[in-house]
Design a protein around this ligand. Sequence first.
Ligand code: DGJ
Length: 735
Amino acid sequence: MAIVFHENTGEFHLYNEHLSYMIKILDNGQLGNLYYGKRLRDRDTFGHLLEGGLKSLAAYVFENDYYFSLQHTKQEYPSYGTTDFRYPAFEIKQENGSAISHFQYESHVIYKGKKKLKGLPATYVEQDSEAVSLEIILYDSVLHSRLVLSYTIYEELPVITRNAKFINHGEQQIRLTRALSAAVDLPDYDFESVHLAGAWSRERHVKYRKLEQGVQSIHSLRGASSAEFNPFLALKRPQADEFAGEVYGFSLVYSGNFLAQVEVDTHHMTRVTLGIHPDHFEWPLQAGETFQTPEAVLVYSNTGLNGMSQAFHRLYRTRLARGKWRDQVRPILINNWEATSFDFDESKVLSIASTAKELGIEMFVLDDGWFGARNNDRAGLGDWYVNREKLPDGIEGLAKKIEALGMKFGLWFEPEMVNKDSDLYRAHPDWIIHTPGRAASPSRNQYVLDYSRKEVVDYIYGLMSNLLRESSISYVKWDMNRYITECYSTAMEASEQGKVFHRYILGVYDLYERLTSEFPNVLFESCSSGGARFDPGILYYAPQTWTSDNTDAIERIKIQYGTSYVYPVSSMGAHVSEVPNQQIGRITSLQTRANVAYFGAFGYELDLNVLHMDEREVVKRQVQFAKKHREFIQQGVFYRLMDPFKGNVAAWIVVSENKSEALAGYYQVLNGVNLEWRRLKLAGLDEQKRYCVNGDQDRIHYGDELMNAGLVIDHRKLCASDADFASILFYLNEV
Ligand code: DGJ
């Protein structure tokens, strides 16, 4: 791994054993991109890769030089209107009304390690030797402003991280109306784009689109990263699949409004831009002020989509997630939401918990409804003190009783929200995000607290931290059940309103930072009506996220499969719930429900007391199985094997780091008659090792057989207990 600067040619080469990324100082002082792809050996110059040429209708940077136009130059962080007509990475409005800028190379620094981003989540290093970083400082002499472009390359991962920082050194106020985290220009457009789209309860379904000249994008303007799109985009070569071929992945470490855009230009070059959505964003910078963009993470894979995902998984599991829980196996929990909704009291809660304890479950999580006048979703949000009618001994008393059973105790909050029917709203009606003189639109009868205001964040911090101090709480589920409408902060000047969406997210991060650092032993799980804020920004604070409110096993196959494009198994909350399933009405076996949920942070979400004794025995065995294998499942290498979006079957496998164990899941949605024979080709095993399948001494195979010939799926066994919605697990251990 290195970052080399070739002074004579003004070229930077960032490389490790996987990739090369090359930047050149252009003749006009701006930064161009020469190459991003598979590792190339270093040379003094790759300047010939900068395509230049006579193009009709192009405008040129210098008089009498018909070859240099930004229109067809691959750039690092382009601006609009100085011969480039594509969408830019940034735009600055000035006092005279102009939006033209020209940042020129001034200096650079290369250093070992990686700096933190102030107030923002970002990937990190534990030792300086893990990565090397480059900061390129550019200056606009008319604006008297600096732009700092930062890059980090990791030693062992095919990853480059980027961010941009603006500093106003001038006298005049400037206004950032677009400040993306990265732009990447690629020389051709022979790609399909891949993104994750959906809605509540069908989050992160995988979508493909062929690139054509023009613009295509995904975005959120909802104040959260959203269930509709995820802040992730990949470009894959058309022939690339899960195991082979070139894939460029782009992910934004951010939880608010975002834009991820691909533009194919007039000469069929591709520009990817990624960052905070420029709509409804405007950031005034007074003299001396700075604006820092969130971090963009770029992954290069020439081992297909699985290669890309594995790089994201490793980076996000080990160098984005933080704290005690990062590397620890996650407790098997039971959550009462689907069992009781708001309708519970202490004895009901304790009866669910004690049965769960008998079956080996380790933690009880009390969901919505324990506070204020919260007996339905019309009241109570914001009043984070216990409802003594339901819980006479308070949270403190309940936590003690749960712990006396031998379990840990976890608690639900929705810290960013308020109901109008609450003491908090009655005391501070101006604390909600709303536009004066306009109606504030409710959603689930609730309103969004104005987290752009420090006093609001401080107040909620006070209530939450008191509870966490007073009671023995080992886990917090942080929910967020609506998007932002009528975005406006009554605490800010008219000219500052373009800051509100971003300031809101900074407020959320601030509260997370305070609570996670003050309570380092607490495991935080984020949630947003299921998976509406499943993004890398939140993973920095909460190492797991409730993947979806949809707990149906068959629906979850698609949701977890899509989520795995970016996010590791350890980050996906996955529970076995009751049947008929509350979201879709489908009946699946306990076995299939667990066979899907094992590939996540495993738990239960039902009243175990209503199960028959034989079903409880099944649960007991499932809990034992999960305990035995969760460490390698949560920390192993995950491969997608068969795509549920393409047919009736799906499969995946997790292989332990040392390849001595693996667990594969195979799922068949509907049964058929007189079916063909099927084989499941595994992946990630050691070709030379011998593996025993499901403890059967007659089924011992070398890794190469399992990966190339595959396992024959015995249809009778697969469907022995389930006709439709059947599933089978293959546990392999080295012998
Ligand atoms: C939405 C979450 O996704 C559910 O798990 C549950 O916590 C409810 N909110 C409670 O209101």
